[in-house]
Design a binder for this molecule. Structure first.
Ligand code: 7TS
Length: 409
């Protein structure tokens, strides 16, 4: 079970008071807070071991390299990667997806080909494919969603009839909370001959992910949404795909030999890690993974689903609230609108009570168009949130409603 009281004590920022009140941080889909253990690991790394990696012969450089490569092993185990060589450190999900589009995509997608994404994808799993398709003269096909916020499987099937080269979708939607049937979608896409990319930005922090069970070809996630530092993350890929792919960033570390006019490439994954990497981020990510593993991802998922259920139930009792996304099988993301109150105004008013929620299109403009709204307010939960946070949210929303009623009268 998740002991939120004990967990809260591990997060220094949660001791902060906002206008004299307890900080109620409900924007975890955007980024998570960091436990002391991760902060200490970063300070320890810089205090004791800092050097550039893979280069030096001296002890510090060996220690820094060992810490960096140990983090790769930790990530590999965390997602059950095909091999640790199939773990490429990135700045996050966005960079991981751009790497696949810029390398695999450029090498394999040609004029007349189709790439499939979904209407619930984050811009970072749409725009790289738009850029690729525009450059290549390929077609980007967006799969529709159902009225209750799921991928429309009938439309997914129709999209596959075009025999797409690549199919990309989110495991968990950041704007709806939908948990998509990733293994089933991957199987269908593979049967149509496509390579699959799973956006794991909202799954790795919140549920047990096993890329081999999903069966996808590429899986990208961000560390900063799962207790780790900003600028951490990884792309997980089948090693044989990485072997065949051209490099993404040219520069130091990714080469084997450089002549005046050409170069040969380093072994994977280093072929895709040009330049000095963010060692601090990798070290912090490994510690964050250990923290989550200790709690148990199954318990994390259960805790957040429970909070989402309570939040949906309590918010639904307020007249004028509309909640988006599936009623069941929802991750800890609850998007809503409240009558005519603009979500930005709502979020600003809630901030006065120390309640941090997100308002906007959440980098999912195609989805917002389908929902028929310009923006939503969104509460998203993590391991340190509890029912008291939801009560604070509900009380602050009610208060905002009263304020707007007075202003409108
Ligand atoms: N994919 C999904 C599903 C996301 O939720 C996000 C970030 C990304 C990709 C991009 O991740 P990044 O770490 O590379 O930026 N989502 C959000 C959000 O919902 N609010 O702020 C960022």
């Amino acid at each position: 079970m998740i002991d939120t009281k004990r967990i809260r004590g591990d997060f220094p920022i949660l001791a902060r008071k906002e206008n004299g009140q307890r900080l109620v941080y409900l924007d975890n889909a955007a980024t998570s807070q960091k436990p002391r253990r991760v902060l200490d690991a970063i300070a320890h790394y810089y205090s004791e071991h800092n050097a550039n990696v893979h280069r030096g012969a001296y002890a510090l450089a060996v220690e820094a390299t060992d810490a960096y490569e140990a983090a790769r092993t930790a990530v590999s185990r965390f997602v059950n990667a095909w091999a640790r060589e199939g773990v490429v450190f990135t700045r996050g999900t966005t960079e991981g997806i751009n790497l696949v589009a810029g390398s695999w995509g450029r090498a394999n997608v040609s004029r007349g080909d189709t790439v499939v994404v979904t209407a619930m994808d984050h811009h970072s799993n749409i725009v790289p494919w738009q850029i690729l398709c525009q450059e290549k003269g390929a077609t980007l096909r967006m799969v529709e969603i159902t009225g209750d916020g799921r991928i429309d499987l009938a439309d997914f099937g129709r999209a596959l009839e075009a025999k797409p080269k690549l199919v990309a979708f989110p495991y968990v939607s950041n704007s709806l909370g939908t948990v998509n049937p990733a293994a089933q979608l991957t199987k269908l896409a593979h049967a149509a001959g496509a390579v699959t990319v799973v956006d794991g930005a909202q799954s790795s922090p919140h549920l047990r992910v096993d890329v081999r069970t999903i069966g996808c070809d590429f899986y990208a996630f961000s560390g900063h949404k799962m207790l780790a530092p900003m600028g951490s993350g990884a792309l997980i890929a089948k090693p044989e795909l990485l072997e065949a792919m051209p490099p993404y960033h040219g520069g130091g570390e990714m080469i084997e030999r450089v002549w005046d006019d050409r170069s040969t490439w380093n072994k994977i994954p280093h072929k895709f890690e040009g330049g000095t990497p963010n060692v601090e981020a990798a070290v912090g990510l490994a510690v964050a993974i250990a923290y989550l593993e200790q709690l148990g991802l199954e318990h994390v998922a259960e805790h957040e689903q429970q909070l989402a259920r309570v939040a949906v139930e309590r918010l639904s009792q307020i007249e004028g609230i509309t909640i988006y996304g599936p009623r069941d099988h929802r991750a800890g993301v609850v998007p809503f609108t409240y009558g005519d109150i603009h979500p930005h105004d709502l979020a600003t008013i809630l901030d006065r009570d120390g309640v941090c929620i997100r308002a906007g299109h959440h980098c999912t403009q195609p989805l917002m168009r389908r929902l028929g709204v310009a923006a939503t307010a969104r509460a998203s939960f993590y391991i340190y949130n509890d029912v008291d946070d939801i009560e604070s949210l509900v009380a602050a929303v009610r208060k905002a409603g009263e304020l707007f009623r007075v202003l409108a009268s």
